[in-house]
Write a protein of this length. Structure first.
Length: 269
């Protein structure tokens, strides 16, 4: 084992790391390997995406002088001023995320349930005290899907399969996944078969608790009559089970009423 491997520590969100010129910080998390290098005149960012079957549990980082092979993608950024710090900020998905439970769930007439959904986040590589963003890297490879009444009316979304867990303790906690509690209320006079639903990820902010876990505010969906009459609300507070949190990533979009109204008929696909 080399000295750099022996010196690996857990990675931390929103913590400035200081590098000296010539040093490289290496990260392993999610489906990504990342190298951030500081030189006299530039920052270099190299990243490598691993297979979808990769399922690590921890996020490790180390600082040394080792670079990957030349076939790893390289991005170069002019260094501004004397910035020596790099900070990693999580970012929620920029598109709504369609959640497909592996096994559909039926909510009886007049019933409700809370489903805990985990979604992969992006990593913003930020430098200097102003935390200028160099690049964003998805920590998992999301697939795209179209949600709408036809090919002309609808919107492009990310797609994510989920176990649709009903017990919080059963949700795997990963540093690169954010947990969102989704409350679904069925006010119809017949059961609601939940085969998929659209989570408005761009409207959700990211919060980090003292266990290194990312949370978003909860989302409440109320289905009154028909499937296309569902209404959606983003909670203003976090679930108490999240613990003491600090906000580390703002929502990508403001909660504009018009956008939500347009999305109502696509909540359940």
């Amino acid at each position: 084992m080399d000295s750099e491997s022996a010196g690996r520590d857990d990675g931390v969100w929103a913590l400035p790391y200081t590098l000296a010129s010539g040093q490289t910080q290496y990260h392993e998390l999610g489906q990504v390997r990342l190298w951030v290098t500081l030189l006299d005149q530039e920052w270099q960012v190299r990243s490598q995406t691993l297979g979808a079957d990769t399922d690590p549990v921890t996020w490790t980082q180390s600082i040394g002088h080792t670079l990957p092979s030349a076939d790893v993608q390289l991005q170069r950024f002019i260094r501004s001023g004397e910035s020596e710090t790099v900070t990693f900020i999580p970012a929620i998905a920029s598109l709504p995320t369609v959640i497909r439970p592996y096994h559909p769930v039926t909510i009886p007439a007049g019933g409700r349930c809370v489903i805990y959904v985990g979604t992969v986040v992006w990593m913003k590589v930020c430098v200097g005290e102003s935390q200028s963003v160099l690049t964003e890297i998805p920590l998992g490879m999301p697939s795209l899907t179209w949600v709408g009444r036809n090919t002309m009316e609808g919107e492009l979304c990310y797609s994510s399969s989920s176990y649709a867990r009903l017990v919080l303790e059963a949700v795997p906690k990963r540093p690169w996944r954010a947990v969102t509690p989704v409350t679904i209320i069925n006010r119809r006079e017949e059961p609601l078969l939940l085969e998929r639903f659209s989570l408005p990820t761009p409207l959700l902010s990211l919060h980090l608790n003292d266990r290194g876990q990312l949370w978003t505010p909860g989302v409440t969906v109320v289905c009154e009559t028909e499937m296309n009459s569902a209404s959606l609300n983003v909670d203003t507070k976090l679930l108490p089970a999240a613990g003491v949190c600090q906000r580390v990533g703002p929502a990508r979009e403001e909660m504009a009423r018009g956008r939500l109204v347009r999305a109502f008929d696509r909540i359940f696909g």
